[in-house]
Design a protein around this ligand. Structure first.
Ligand SMILES: [Zn+2]
Length: 138
């Protein structure tokens, strides 16, 4: 019986793929990368051959995709659309904030209470993972 594999992600650089690989392996999921050695040799080749492909066993695919969704949670607007970087039009935009989970949120509220300011007066900054641009929404 042959194991079957499913491609669950494609990365432009093998460094990104390695980060995700490490994260998935930490959860006991075997990860197989394709074309990463070719791309390491010449990153310009990446686009031409379609990037570094990340495969997992089909049996692990659902769980792996959930983890992927968790770690690539980029900023979205109120309609659920990706925030677009005004410089490069990239969608890998993160909110620059430590408010990431319930714990952080609690600390955030306590902090704002002590400072006597209200959260809705805060301006959120965004950071583009593609080009490094930082910007505020109007
Ligand atoms: Zn950008």
């Amino acid at each position: 019986m042959e194991p079957t594999f499913e491609k669950i992600a494609v990365f432009q650089y093998s460094a990104e793929a390695m980060i995700v690989k490490g994260r998935l392996e930490a959860d006991g999921i075997d990860v197989f990368l394709a074309d990463n050695n070719t791309i390491d040799t010449d990153t310009l080749v990446s686009n031409a051959i379609g990037g570094v492909k990340l495969f997992v066993r089909t049996a692990d695919a659902t769980k792996a995709k959930e983890i992927l969704a968790e770690i690539s949670r980029y900023a979205v607007d109120n309609n659920g659309n990706n925030i677009i970087c005004p410089v490069c039009n990239g969608t890998k935009v993160e909110v620059m904030s430590t408010v990431r989970d319930g714990k952080g949120l609690l600390g955030f509220f306590l902090g704002t209470l002590m400072l006597g300011t209200l959260p809705f007066l805060m301006k959120y900054k965004y950071h583009c993972n593609d080009c490094g641009n930082e910007f505020e929404m109007k």
